[in-house]
Design a binder for this molecule. Structure first.
Ligand SMILES: C[C@H](O)[C@H](O)[C@H]1CNC2=NC(N)=NC(=O)C2=N1
Length: 101
């Protein structure tokens, strides 16, 4: 399935509807640092997000240390942000909300 890069206005609109995500200066990716109570909560989030990623066939770049998960989303096949990134970001928000620190 081919996904088209989002138009600049669509990127801004989608980011405005999400909390805590930062658009990269080159506007090709979006990032968020998620914080949890401890490692097990962070890993639970990653497990739930991984299942969503697999379902969407869209995978995050991420880094975990203890209770923190730094996430970067971009669509490698499209060379920028697509609706796939927004969909995964929303799933991550849900997974994180259930584990608020
Ligand atoms: C072949 C397969 O559909 C692609 O490699 C998928 C897998 N997961 C992916 N994840 C992300 N973030 N970007 C992609 O372009 C991508 N492409």
């Amino acid at each position: 399935m081919k996904y088209e890069k989002l138009e600049p206005a669509a990127i801004d609109e989608n980011l405005a509807g999400l909390s805590g995500w930062t658009l990269a200066a080159d506007r090709l990716s979006m990032s968020k640092s998620f914080k949890f109570r401890n490692f097990i909560e962070a890993f639970g989030f990653m497990t739930e997000a991984a299942l969503a990623a697999e379902k969407f066939n869209h995978h995050p770049e991420w880094f975990n240390v203890y209770s923190r998960v730094d996430v970067k989303l971009t669509t490698h096949d499209a060379g920028g942000l697509t609706e796939q990134d927004i969909k995964l970001a929303k799933a991550m928000e849900k997974a994180a909300a259930r584990r608020a620190d």
